[in-house]
Design a protein. Structure first.
Length: 324
């Protein structure tokens, strides 16, 4: 077995690629801020999550942080006895990716079905971020690739830093700068990013994205790109004549707006003090009021995080949300 990498350190602030709630009480509830079509949590979603759940002990925290396209392989972050592990679970097999001394040291996990990228920090006094890549097909240790959280797709990683937007070939270990900006994501095998409030690309940018005005976070699954704009969530995919508004929230004082969007197929998860899942097909959004049903999409999975429980269900098996 590959040797375990242990990184010393305790808590740290980190610019997370994705975020999740920490230690929410079991009776946690949140008021919906949704201003567009709302749907209830379908029973079949609850049933499928309950069949694929991992119970955690009183001194243990388990979170599904990534999955492949059919949810058969997941990456699970487990904290117990003051140690946090990142573990790849593949149809009953278990591979340990890394271990650290504190939960907050490990964040920004992404997975393309083969390659895993994640970020760590070394100590409470040092918030320096290092991003690693790990090949699940080889029995090797994670390799550092940069100092900013990455997105990964088809064996390529992308991130931005003070030098520009990086495109990194993980197999060849070759890095190049493709432009200046932030928030890079993959659309097909090409990288698009934000610069001065507009989308930019090394290759030809789709005509429909040229007039888009993203004002926050951007996410993509390789074929659908979504972004936040004021109090709205917008998206575009190939075949659409123009971008669409997917969801919106009420303009409430002291709100965090729409943050941390994630997209996979027809579903987009996002946060605004609590979790929401939007069905692109119906235009409906489900809001989770209970702490035990904090939901996100990761790869081909809908993941549940909550008080002492974690679960993942294949998105392909979930019913569509009802239209209003």
């Amino acid at each position: 077995m590959r040797a375990l990498i242990a990184l010393a350190g305790v808590t740290a602030l980190a610019g997370c690629v994705a975020a999740f709630p920490i230690d929410r009480p079991s009776d946690y509830t949140a008021e919906s801020k949704l201003s567009t079509c709302r749907a209830e949590l379908p029973q079949d979603w609850k049933d499928r999550l309950s069949r694929n759940r991992t119970e955690a002990g009183s001194h243990e925290k388990v979170t599904v942080v990534a999955a492949n396209e059919d949810a058969g392989t997941t990456l699970v972050k487990t904290t117990r006895n003051r140690t946090t592990e990142l573990v790849l679970r593949d149809h009953g097999k278990r591979q340990q990716v890394i271990a650290v001394q504190n939960d907050a040291q490990l964040f920004g996990v992404e997975f393309d079905g083969r390659w895993v990228t994640f970020s760590t920090t070394p100590s409470p006094a040092d918030h320096t971020t290092t991003t690693y890549a790990w090949d699940s097909r080889n029995d090797g240790a994670p390799v550092p690739i940069g100092d900013s959280g990455a997105v990964v797709h088809n064996g390529k990683a992308a991130w931005s830093d003070s030098k520009g937007v990086h495109l990194y070939d993980l197999a060849k270990k070759k890095d190049r700068i493709v432009g200046q900006g932030k928030e890079p994501v993959f659309l097909g095998d090409a990288v698009v990013w934000l610069q001065d409030g507009r989308f930019r690309a090394e290759a030809a940018l789709p005509e429909q994205l040229k007039n888009a005005a993203p004002a926050g976070s951007v996410a993509s699954d390789g074929s659908t790109v979504v972004w936040t704009q004021d109090n709205e969530l917008h998206g575009w995919r190939e075949g659409w004549t123009e971008p669409r508004e997917l969801a919106g929230i009420k303009s409430v004082p002291r709100t965090e707006g729409i943050v941390f969007p994630r997209v996979s197929g027809d579903f987009v998860s996002w946060q605004s003090e609590s979790s929401y899942v939007t069905d692109i097909r119906s235009g409906a959004t489900m809001h989770t009021t209970e702490g035990a049903y904090w939901l996100e999409v990761h790869g081909g999975a809908l993941t549940q995080q909550g008080w002492r429980v974690a679960a993942a269900a294949p998105l392909s098996e979930l019913s569509p949300l009802s239209r209003c």
